[in-house]
Design a protein around this ligand. Sequence first.
Ligand SMILES: N[C@@H](CCC(=O)N[C@@H](CS)C(=O)NCC(=O)O)C(=O)O
Length: 238
Amino acid sequence: MIRFYYSPAPNPMKVALLLEEAGLAYEPIPVDTARGAQFESAFVALNPNGKVPCIVDGDAVVFDSNAILLYLAEKTGRFLGGGPGPDQAGQRGALLSWLMFVATGIGPFSGQAVHFRHFAPEPKAYALTRYAFEAERHWGILEARLDGRRYVLGDEYSIVDMAVWGWVSRVPFMFGEPDIWTRLPNLKRLLDEIDQRPAAQRARAMPDQDRFSKMDAAATAHMFRHISGLGTAKDGRD
Ligand SMILES: N[C@@H](CCC(=O)N[C@@H](CS)C(=O)NCC(=O)O)C(=O)O
């Protein structure tokens, strides 16, 4: 049975979706990041980065959401974006490129865009502008990619779409723009389509919201340790 360390945040939710899509047996283990559980030594021993998600599958410990997506897709041989065919190398190239684009671009810039718009102390104008600009540029690239394609890799639903799904519902909050979908209609179409999937509904229903603390002052102290001065994962403190 796979142990799945999670919270209801974008990166763990991608993995919840794949676990549900693949019908894998798993035990969800909540990590209350708003109270610093990600820095407890037992968890840091699994993920030295002190962040969710992380899975334990027998002898394999896998952290970082996109690594977990690839690990589970390869384990099951599903959602890799292309069946056997003449263009397998091309499909593999596209899968890796778009997955890493989400991992290194969409995720980090979106996270920082949310941070600077909603949580960072003043002065923040420069950082807010820079991260909003870069996040929107990355989302614009995905929007263009989805023009004339049902999914990011084409006709087949893959782990790349699941990686996008983890973040895309946060886009209006990220930019402080409820109407932003008028500029990103293909992304909204993808979000709506995946939201309709039973696996997505199970993934969203899975986290018991009562088990996770809210983003209050204690949460920001635990999550923004460069401000609060609390130790980091390196300290491995409980
Ligand atoms: N690169 C990592 C990032 C993981 C990450 O940032 N997780 C967030 C939730 S989406 C988290 O654990 N935040 C708590 C913290 O930063 O202390 C991944 O893709 O899994």
